[in-house]
Design a binder for this molecule. Structure first.
Ligand code: KIV
Ligand code: ZN
Length: 606
């Protein structure tokens, strides 16, 4: 059986707290040793902070329309579907599979794997996830994620969705149709009666295909007339829907209003007790987490739809890490004991992987996963607060989301550390790499350790999430880059790349600055019609000896006047030298673009 709470009760904590004051480039390191039983700390402070109490909670057995424990909340992750609809977040099939695997590690109950009818690529990606991740069943815990495919209310979409997801051990079809008059009139150009007929016919069709786990979503539910909503929901329940997902499609609701809507649906919909109520909140007003929690806690929704880092259409979706950590933190005290099956230590690795694959940066002040989420800058917070007792300003232990404090010596890893030490630190940080990937990361680690006395956890996380471990088979590899730049004139770069056959290619170019000249030299070698859409670079830890992480996003330049932003490809580079890191990131994006080109040309139609 899976035990969710991973804390040990009598763990001795001895750690070094490293705090930053970026403005003054001041780094204060204060060692503090605590010989403190975690359980006694919990009992002293259980009302004032959120370090979760130990509780041997288990994930209830999976039954589509029922959850045996009324406090258990299913986590439906829609990063690969709604999340991928974020502008600029297009993912390749390889990246989707890597993310699905990570979502399974995270322990999400349902993976919304995509929209199979949208394209042959989407179909293949969902099918691959269903066949692989959807069958990685853990016999001991009975855990395997449900694999879900989206469909509009028509037979073709549903058939495609079923053909893609049916290979999973637990397949689900998710059908949706708009129910607000605004959408019915202007988008669907039909009538309410027709919408009800399409919805119930489609649910029946899905059930008749052999799918016994069918989710129905009334799109724009929050702006739909309530009586109409009760009636269409009653009809789809009668047709065989097992989950009803109430969508705040445009992020319009405020918490008490949304909670009331769910209560009203519960009170007025025929058959509602035979299905799971789900909620799907967008963040247009910044209320998606509040709406999701208010509704789960107060009104009985037991499936919540979220994305990692809160990515999604427009302002995004409710963020997995916020909702899950709020439940973990406050669930026992103020949310009636609600809990989820998420392994929260996988939150940071998931967030990093997503950032890397999409090229969408997490803002530093983002709750839970932002770079500053566990950094205390103010002197009062540092000296009078956290260092006297960490719970004064720290409501979540960084370890609980997959961040580790530096160890007692403060030296996490250095140039004498071997592969084994790196592997075990990676494991502690939540990354389990196979030998091949470990090799790649190890040599990159060595390169940094040669130049830097201490390699911190942040460096290591950046190394793993620099794209090397998930990108396509490398097409081009950087051998050398040299740049001459300064005030005397234009910058000039010489770049040497190696092609897949091992042949070396060299080019020189001038440009507006060192990065531009290096990118132009790469272009001269690769000769692909490419447009750089985004370039950003930041120091991992700050300071002149920090490693630099660079992210780029490119698109195919189909003709001089048109760049397709539908398909963009990102690359990440990381190293001590920002020019090298910039060129690595650019080559990574180009390799992703070229890899995707090959993959698309091999994809067959569904
Ligand atoms: O926002 C929305 O309405 C959706 C539906 C498909 C559930 O994403
Ligand atoms: Zn949505």
């Amino acid at each position: 059986m899976r035990i969710f709470n991973q804390r040990t009760h009598t763990q001795k904590l001895s750690y070094r707290v490293v705090l930053f004051c970026p403005k003054m480039a001041l780094r204060i390191a204060i060692r503090r040793s605590l010989a403190l039983s975690r359980s006694s700390a919990l009992s002293l402070h259980h009302h004032r902070h959120c370090h979760a109490a130990a509780s041997p909670l288990r994930r209830p057995e999976y039954v589509a329309n029922r959850i045996s424990d009324q406090n258990y909340v299913r986590i439906f992750d829609t990063t690969l579907r709604d999340g991928e609809q974020s502008p600029g977040a297009a993912l390749t099939s390889t990246q989707k599979l890597a993310i699905a695997r990570q979502l399974a590690k995270l322990g999400v109950d349902v993976i919304d794997a995509g929209f199979p009818a949208a394209s042959a690529d989407d179909f293949e990606a969902v099918k691959t996830i269903a066949k692989t991740v959807g069958n990685e069943w853990d016999k001991k815990t009975d855990y395997v994620p449900v694999i879900c495919g989206l469909a509009r209310c028509n037979m073709k979409d549903v058939t495609d969705a079923w053909e893609a997801v049916k290979h999973a051990r637990r397949p689900r079809i998710h059908v949706f149709i708009s129910t607000s008059d605004l959408h019915i009139k202007h988008k669907l150009r039909t009538t309410r009666e027709k919408v009800v007929e399409m919805a119930s016919n489609t649910v029946t069709f899905a059930r008749n295909l052999g799918c016994d786990d069918v989710q129905f979503s009334p799109e724009d539910a929050c702006r739909s007339e309530k009586e109409f909503l009760y009636s269409i929901l009653g009809e789809v329940i009668a047709a065989g829907a097992t989950t009803l997902n109430i969508a705040d499609t445009v992020g319009f609701s405020i918490p008490n209003e949304f909670g009331q809507l769910i209560s009203d649906i519960k009170a007025n919909t025929r058959g509602i007790n035979d299905v799971i109520i789900s909620v799907h909140c967008h963040d247009d007003l910044g209320l998606s987490t509040a709406n999701t929690l208010a509704v789960s806690a107060c009104a009985g929704a037991r499936q919540i739809e979220v994305t990692v880092n809160g990515i999604g259409e427009r302002g995004g979706n409710a963020s997995l890490e916020e909702v899950v950590m709020a439940m973990k933190c406050r669930g026992p005290h103020v949310l009636g004991g609600l809990y989820s099956g998420i392994n929260t230590r996988q939150i940071i690795p998931s967030s990093k992987l997503l950032e890397e694959c999409t090229g969408l940066h997490v803002q530093p002040n983002k709750a839970i996963v932002g770079a500053n989420a566990f950094v205390h800058e103010s002197g009062i917070h540092q000296l009078d607060g956290v260092l006297k007792h960490k719970n004064t300003y720290e409501i979540i232990a960084p370890e609980d989301v997959g961040l580790l404090r530096a160890n007692n010596s403060g030296i996490v890893l250095g140039k004498l550390s071997g592969r084994h030490a790196l592997q075990s630190r990676l494991k502690e940080l939540g990354y389990e790499l196979d030998n091949e990937k470990l090799n790649v990361v190890f040599w990159r680690f060595k390169a940094i350790a040669d130049q830097k006395k201490r390699v911190s956890d942040a460096d290591i996380i950046a190394l793993v999430s620099d794209g090397e471990t998930t990108r396509y088979e490398v097409t081009w590899k950087l051998l050398d880059v040299q740049v001459v730049c300064g005030t005397a004139g234009q910058s000039m770069a010489t770049v040497k790349l190696v092609d897949p056959k091992g042949e070396e290619h060299k080019a020189c170019s001038v440009g507006n600055g060192p990065v531009d000249s290096a990118y132009k030299a790469v272009d001269l070698i690769v000769k692909e019609p490419v447009r750089l859409l985004e370039y950003s670079t930041n120091d991992v830890l700050g300071g002149v000896d920090s490693t630099t992480k660079t992210t780029t996003r490119v698109s195919i330049q189909t003709n001089p006047d048109f760049v397709s932003e539908d398909q963009t490809f990102s690359g990440v580079g990381e190293g001590m030298d920002f020019i090298v890191s910039s060129v690595e990131a650019y080559i990574g994006a180009l390799n992703n673009m070229l890899g995707n080109k090959d993959e698309s040309s091999q994809t067959s139609n569904p």
